[in-house]
Design a protein around this ligand. Structure first.
Ligand code: WT7
Length: 653
């Protein structure tokens, strides 16, 4: 181990830096230029995509609470689908755009060329048009990780429809509320979603969801596994059959840079999920640039992001970023542990993956199963590793570095959010000294500031701690919440006036490197999935035996954070293990399996202030098994409830 590694610093190798798009010197000059004159910087880099009509106005944004408005390249026009497909046809028609690896390794993988991508996307766009879907209409996608998910996103973009992908692990209720919130005209789903050898009944879930939606909504079904499903005459459409009969080419529609490309629902600290809106021009510029620079993507590389297209990571780094760059992107239907714990590495070997991008939770769970699973495979094609979604603990970073990276591949720890469209803080592999657990430095155009959480004072010293805000707009930023610009301003611009508030706490060290310390609001991060504690609480109290519930996060070895629920039952209801199981199952069906509480504690009472506000700080401490330092409990209406909660706490780890 080098002295620097011993000190926890991993500089880029000179070999890597020599061939990288960006080295340390270039990062310094480009970053300085990007913040000194953002409009000039992005005027130049906006040219990386094809415009139908060139922009003349580059940046027009205000973070002033009450007047928040964000526009980039506003008078330019383009089509995102044409940028991801058509513009590559001269050079890359026969290059593989998408490698599809099925759940079952015994089934053949598929290699979809750019020419096929154009044809399939066109066919699907023509089917959507035939069913009345046009510019500005919303289409909800509830699909497995299959090529049709990519075709569907790109088909919507092609005709100017706005897609909203709903992760296939969400329940019928969650699907219905998203369909209704954006008033979708059509839903695209599949019969079943195979994952880890099991099948989720997507069509049956969609049927249930559509009971609670307008009966005008069309349901386009991909017969993927071919298993039998119900069929509603005049509503359900056999998508693959209609695609086969449709015209193989569909012209693309000219869109404004600020026309919405997609809505993606994400959890907030209060209320129902928020419909994050991303628009066309700025988002694509940012997704493609971050994909190329952060991962140092070069022609001929095979890029694999293991996320699901139901999350923003899948949008930006399976579909839009890579395809805008003419890359070969890998799409994996399965899970890391099926048929065994070597699957990720088997897929890397089989498809000669160059860049591998996954979540710390996956690394931690594989780490627990032993490095033998990694050592069995030839990983010599790998050039770079990445992580996303939550802070990575140094043990997991070291395991990833040693066993997967063989100590020689750069690791990029990318901090960003559904709201940010692309990477915000990340090492650049040829430029930045990596430190296990730190997302290090801002990407071009990103101006992070650390504010004191309570006074909002700017922490000007390099070494500082506080909440992470961003001082000015960047092209990939969300523009609004669907149908609710007020809530958008409240959620992101009201706490720290003049700044975009990420919701995260952070520390900046003496080298100016950022370390994310986690959410400071009532959002928890479970296996890299974002969960609002309020959503789990409202699911619990919707159960007839539950009087009250409070949900907090607690440290979980594999998941990062686990879900800890305090539940007060209705008068006369017995707390039993079977009721605990019933409540777990209830939350699974209300929201989805990712929201299932890990621990449920029966709480005869919850700690409340005299005005009736639940003291979450105390509940968090008890859940963290840190009850020695509960702080001041004298303001509680009934301090004795705390003793009961401590005595019966579930997490004694
Ligand atoms: C939240 C955003 C961005 C795609 C995946 C999650 C946390 C994300 C990191 C990282 C520490 C991270 C933050 C953030 N987060 N990446 N590299 N290090 N924390 O998107 O569901 O919108 O969640 O994930 O807390 O606010 P998301």
């Amino acid at each position: 181990m080098s002295d620097q590694a011993a000190a926890g610093i991993y500089p880029p190798s000179s070999d890597f830096a020599a061939n990288a798009h960006v080295n340390a010197e270039l990062y310094a000059t480009m970053y300085a230029a990007s913040v000194a004159d953002p409009a000039a910087f992005w005027a130049e880099h906006g040219k990386r995509i094809d415009w139908i009509r060139d922009y003349t106005k580059v940046k027009n944004s205000s973070f002033d609470y009450g007047n928040v408005s964000i526009k980039w390249f506003e008078d330019g026009t383009l089509n995102v689908s044409a940028n991801c497909i058509d513009r590559h046809m001269v050079q890359r028609a026969n290059q593989t755009a998408i490698i599809w690896e099925p759940d079952d390794p015994a089934k053949p993988a598929r290699h979809i060329t750019y020419a096929e991508l154009l044809e399939q996307t066109s066919r699907m766009a023509n089917v959507l048009k035939a069913h009345g879907v046009g510019k500005g209409d919303r289409v909800v996608l509830y699909l497995p990780m299959i090529p049709e998910a990519a075709y569907a996103m790109l088909a919507c973009a092609r005709i100017g429809a706005i897609h909203s992908v709903v992760f296939a692990g969400f329940s019928p209720d969650s699907l219905a509320s998203r369909i209704n919130d954006c008033q979708a005209k059509a839903v695209i789903t599949a019969d079943f979603a195979p994952r880890g050898g099991k099948k989720t009944a997507l069509k049956a879930n969609t049927d249930k969801a559509l009971f609670d939606c307008s009966d005008k909504i069309k349901c386009l079904v991909v017969k993927h596994t071919g298993d039998q499903t119900s069929w509603v005459q005049d509503r359900d459409i056999d998508l693959l059959a209609e695609m086969a009969a449709a015209k193989p080419y569909c012209p693309y529609v000219e869109m404004g840079a600020e026309d919405p490309l997609f809505i993606l629902y994400t959890s907030g600290s209060t209320g129902r999920p928020k419909g994050v809106v991303h628009t066309s021009g700025g988002y694509l510029v940012y997704a493609s640039m971050t994909h190329q620079i952060t991962f140092d993507y070069h022609d001929g590389d095979v890029f694999w992001c293991t996320a699901d297209v139901g999350w923003v990571t899948g949008h930006s780094y399976i579909i839009y970023g890579p395809l805008a760059n003419g890359a070969t992107t890998l799409m994996f239907e399965g899970v890391p542990t099926y048929p065994d714990a070597g699957r990720f590495w088997a897929v890397c070997e089989k498809h000669k993956v160059s860049q591998f991008y996954t979540a710390p939770t996956a690394i931690r769970s594989l780490m627990g199963l032993g490095a033998d699973w990694v050592e069995r495979y030839d990983l010599s094609s790998l050039k770079l590793l990445g992580t996303v979604g939550e802070p990575i603990n140094p043990e997991a970073w070291n395991w990833y570095n040693t066993h997967v990276g063989k100590g020689t591949r750069p690791i990029v720890d990318t901090f960003w959010q559904t709201e940010t469209g692309g990477h915000m803080l990340t090492p650049l592999p040829g430029a930045t000294d990596a430190k296990p657990g730190s997302a290090t430095k801002p990407f071009f155009g990103v101006q992070p500031v650390v504010l004191d959480a309570s006074t909002a004072a700017i922490q000007a010293e390099t070494a500082a701690e506080g909440v992470l805000c961003i001082a000015d707009s960047w092209p990939g930023q969300m523009r609004t919440l669907w149908g609710d610009h007020e809530r958008f301003q409240e959620a992101y611009f009201s706490q720290y006036k003049g700044y975009y508030f990420t919701g995260d706490g952070c520390r900046r060290d003496a080298d100016g490197d950022y370390w994310i310390t986690g959410r400071v609001d009532d959002v928890i991060n479970v296996s890299g999935h974002r969960m609002g504690t309020a959503e789990v609480e409202s699911a619990l109290v919707a159960h007839e035996k539950v009087a009250e519930a409070a949900v907090v996060g607690y440290p979980h070895e594999i998941k990062g954070q686990g879900i800890y629920a305090y539940v007060t039952l209705m008068n006369g209801i017995e707390p039993t293990d079977s009721l605990r199981k019933e409540l777990e199952a209830w939350v699974r069906t209300e929201i989805g399996p990712i929201a299932k509480p890990d621990l449920i504690q029966w709480a005869p009472g919850l700690p409340k202030t005299r005005s009736g506000k639940i003291m979450r700080r105390i509940l968090r401490k008890i859940a963290e098994n840190d009850h020695g330092s509960l702080g001041d409990t004298s303001t509680l209406a009934d301090p004795s409830v705390v003793d009961d909660l401590v005595a019966n706490r579930m997490n004694r780890g």
